[in-house]
Design a protein around this ligand. Structure first.
Ligand SMILES: [Zn+2]
Length: 139
């Protein structure tokens, strides 16, 4: 179950920051001019890379990094699709898994408990989850 794995990851590394987790897992982050692509994951031999479009705003980069980190962990040997705004809500299995990973990472139960006075929807938005993906959170 993706949620349980994400919780273990957060507990082990004491952070839910996708950038710090990538660093701890020896995944290089590259900011590039990617046109309409938000980001993608690639692997060269044993070297892993998360490519992020340099023109994204802070929240978009956080979500993109979290999504690609999901691929790095779940699909390291699959040629995963480039993340684009119009494919963000893809029903493709690997895309759905990467989105679920990102949502659980950015919106862990602990955060919901700490902000019990806020709705899941508002919290999700505040941490950078695209509104149409917030429903993926397993509460
Ligand atoms: Zn993807």
């Amino acid at each position: 179950m993706i949620k349980a794995i994400v919780e273990k990851l957060i507990e082990k590394h004491k952070t839910n920051c996708p950038f710090t987790l990538a660093k701890n897992l020896n995944i290089n982050i590259l900011y590039e001019d990617l046109g309409s692509t938000m980001g993608y994951f690639s692997k060269d031999f044993r070297f892993k890379f998360i490519h992020i479009n340099q023109s994204l705003n802070e929240k978009e980069s956080i979500f993109t990094c979290a999504h690609e980190l999901g691929h790095a962990i779940y699909h390291p040997d699959v040629n995963t699709p480039f993340l684009k705004r119009h494919t963000l809500f893809s029903v493709d299995k690997v895309e759905r898994e990467a989105n679920t990973f990102a949502v659980e990472l950015l919106l862990p139960d602990k955060l919901l408990q700490e902000h019990a006075d806020h709705s899941v929807f508002n919290l999700g938005k505040s941490v950078g989850i695209p509104t149409k993906l917030i429903h993926l959170k397993d509460t």
